[in-house]
Write a protein that binds this ligand. Structure first.
Ligand code: 5GP
Ligand code: ZN
Length: 114
């Protein structure tokens, strides 16, 4: 059994509120939402963070954008707008070492982020 929480969610070993699933990706609601819509998009295969992504992952990255748009449309925030965030490393506040995209929307976002 993997020690990585998001690998375990991807394997359906840890329950999550799944909003989209493809052979490569899983999208599920964040347990501590920071906006009315707060969904995490993860690759099912373990990748630690942005520095682990290479040209090999170009298709995966395009797929993340497609799934994000699909989830935004299904959540009714495609027109009002949304933010896709990847925290990478300690200064960015990455707390789970399995790369993930935060899809946030349903409220006005501030810039710059905190
Ligand atoms: P990070 O801080 O690494 O950018 O984001 C990790 C996110 O994972 C946080 O927003 C946190 O709320 C979420 N999270 C942590 N543990 C769980 C969990 O067990 N289930 C779900 N659905 N989200 C989690
Ligand atoms: Zn993992």
């Amino acid at each position: 059994m993997s020690a990585c929480l998001f690998c375990r969610i991807a394997a359906h070993e840890v329950p999550a509120q799944i909003v989209a699933e493809t052979p490569e990706l899983l999208a599920f609601t964040d347990i501590n939402p920071q906006a009315p819509t707060h969904v995490l998009i993860i690759p099912k295969r373990h990748l630690g963070g942005v520095p682990d992504l290479t040209d090999e992952h170009a298709g995966l990255l395009a797929h993340v954008m497609r799934v994000a748009t699909h989830v935004a449309q299904a959540s009714g925030i495609a027109a009002s707008g949304f933010r896709l965030v990847v925290n990478s490393g300690p200064d960015a506040g990455q707390s789970v070492a399995h790369v993930h995209w935060h899809l946030l929307g349903g409220r006005r976002m501030a810039w710059p982020p905190g």
